[in-house]
Design a protein around this ligand. Structure first.
Ligand code: SF4
Length: 528
């Protein structure tokens, strides 16, 4: 296992914990050294779960290595069963425990516990967290799920399973709500959801559904392919993140269920399409964006950015090696070469070289973007505690598209803001070294002395001062009525400054009067 300060994915046993923690009535006995209990913090501190993961660590120490660590494992498994009374147990080893070769599966079998025990072989030195979650889910399904007995009732309402949401997933809980709502609106019954909220008996009856909905291919892909083979269940291929993908997903559900989805499609698409057309075009159009994350979110973010927001995607990549092919295909559609790496330094180099205006990435890219002074939004795990917001914020479905719009667009400087920032960049309040105005009193000493002319223009905005700023020029340059009207459209708090700049511009050019064109010429001049 590669040791690094930062890493995109934890070892595979954390993936197993994500599945165990998502489910009900499951307990995971993990043969692990004392330090591995840190993993609990991911769930209790980052995700803010209200209970710790259902995991018993054997917590062997260095001095135990010369003694019988197999006995330590057996004691821990027996005690965990007696204490937690689970319906199902998972057993496995973390990286260090792998090296002592105790075989948790065989040891647990020897205990003859009266519940199903699923042994997990998760090679920590070759694989990582998402693979660990996918493999754990697959082992559970292999052990418990069976094909439907008997023929399907032709009059029964079409049904599906929802596969993929786990604990510690990026907005998984909220995405699940959106998917449930969409399926209910279409008229599809949900047979089971797994792993999130599932009990062992839910996994056992996965085979009863007509088809599967795959929310996150990283986690549910292998299970969906297994169920297709064993239970003849087709599965969805579109991840409904973004308006276009949600519409495709609804169409796919229609084809899989045999239900008419025309009404659901006709109902509208949330606010994203109008929102993205409603703003000043230079605010969004052509913004150069770099996208990096897990495959599900990176593919979706790149598609939304290019198709629905008019951004120019200049870089796309993932750390999800298992889904590199899918990310490469999306990059190719955008005329790019995908960056497939789990080395954050390589990602940093790519961002530095491309110099995008916006980074859509993980918590790692947030750090990188901050250092480089680039706007950034987090779109994928690994995440910070603040990426588990208290409010409802799905990524999937039409409501998810609204959330995604806000997420992508809010870090950017708006069109009007952009012009104003350029126009007033020499102003005492807006120049690069000026402290934020709300900190002015505490940082009064740090504020640079304004030049006399600027200081005069920056007098406090009392009613009298505002009146002065609103007065026509005394310098002899007159304003046409149309120009005055146009000036009136500028927000009051910058109108005085715009008037002064325009008059200075006109004076310097010897113009007799200020027209609408003069205002825009001045604006273009000061924006340069
Ligand atoms: S066993 Fe693996 S995850 Fe645990 S502390 Fe050692 S290297 Fe880290």
């Amino acid at each position: 296992m590669k040791l690094t300060v930062w890493t995109y994915e934890a070892p595979p046993h954390v993936g197993a914990m994500r599945v165990a923690t998502a489910m009900e009535g499951v307990h995971y006995v993990l043969h692990a050294p004392q330090g591995d209990t840190y993993a609990d913090l991911l769930f209790t501190m980052i995700e803010r779960r209200d209970h710790r993961p259902p995991v018993t660590y054997t917590t062997f120490q260095a001095r135990d290595l010369g003694a019988d660590t197999a006995e330590i494992f057996k004691d821990a498994a027996r005690e965990a069963y007696e204490r937690f009374d689970p319906e199902l147990m998972l057993v496995g080893a973390s990286c260090t425990a792998e090296l002592i070769q105790d075989d948790p599966g065989g040891l647990a079998k020897a205990l003859n516990l009266p519940v199903p025990v699923v042994p997990l072989e998760l090679p920590s030195y070759q694989r990582k967290e998402n693979w660990g979650a996918a493999e754990t889910f697959l082992q559970l399904v292999r052990a418990l799920a069976r094909p439907r007995e008997g023929a399907r009732d032709p009059d029964a309402q079409p049904s599906c399973n929802i596969l993929g949401p786990t604990a510690l997933g990026f907005r998984h809980r909220d995405d699940l709500e959106e998917i449930r709502r969409l399926l209910a609106r279409i008229g599809v019954r949900v047979n089971a959801v797994a792993p999130l909220t599932a009990r062992a008996r839910d996994i056992a009856r996965l085979g009863e559904a007509d088809f599967n909905v795959v929310m996150y291919p990283e986690i549910a892909g292998p299970v969906a392919r297994h169920l297709e083979r064993v239970c003849r269940q087709p599965f969805t291929k579109t991840v409904p993140i973004g308006v276009n993908a949600t519409r495709e997903f609804i169409t796919e559900i229609g084809a899989l269920s045999g239900l008419d989805v025309a009404d659901v499609l006709a109902e509208g698409a949330g606010r994203l399409p109008w929102w993205s057309r409603s703003v000043d075009s230079n605010y969004l159009t052509g913004k150069r964006v770099f996208v990096f994350g897990d495959a599900t979110h990176a593919i979706a973010a790149a598609r939304i950015a290019a198709e629905e927001l008019g951004f120019e995607v200049v870089g796309l990549g993932t750390y999800s090696r298992e889904l590199a092919r899918e990310v490469r295909a999306q990059a190719e559609r955008l005329g790019l070469e995908a960056l497939i790496t789990d080395d954050h330094l390589e990602v940093e180099d790519a961002i530095t070289a491309l110099a995008p205006e916006l980074v859509l990435g993980t918590q790692m890219e947030r750090h990188i973007a901050k250092r480089l002074g680039i706007a950034c939004a987090v779109i994928s795990a690994p995440v910070h505690v603040q990426d588990f917001p208290a409010r409802y914020s799905p990524q999937m479905g039409f409501e998810g598209a609204n959330v995604v719009f806000d997420t992508f667009v809010h870090p950017l400087v708006m069109g009007l803001e952009e012009h104003l920032l350029a126009m007033f960049r020499d102003d005492f309040e807006f120049n690069d070294s000026a402290v934020p105005s709300h900190l002015a009193s505490e940082h009064a000493v740090a504020r640079p002395e304004p030049a006399p002319a600027v200081a005069e223009a920056a007098a406090p905005a009392s009613a009298a001062d505002t009146a002065v700023l609103e007065r026509p020029a005394e310098a002899g340059v007159g304003w046409t009525p149309e120009a005055e009207k146009e000036l009136g459209k500028i927000p009051f708090f910058v109108r005085g400054k715009a008037r002064r700049n325009t008059e200075r511009f006109a004076q310097e050019r010897g113009l007799a009067s200020i027209t609408v064109e003069t205002i825009y010429d001045a604006k273009a001049h000061f924006s340069r």
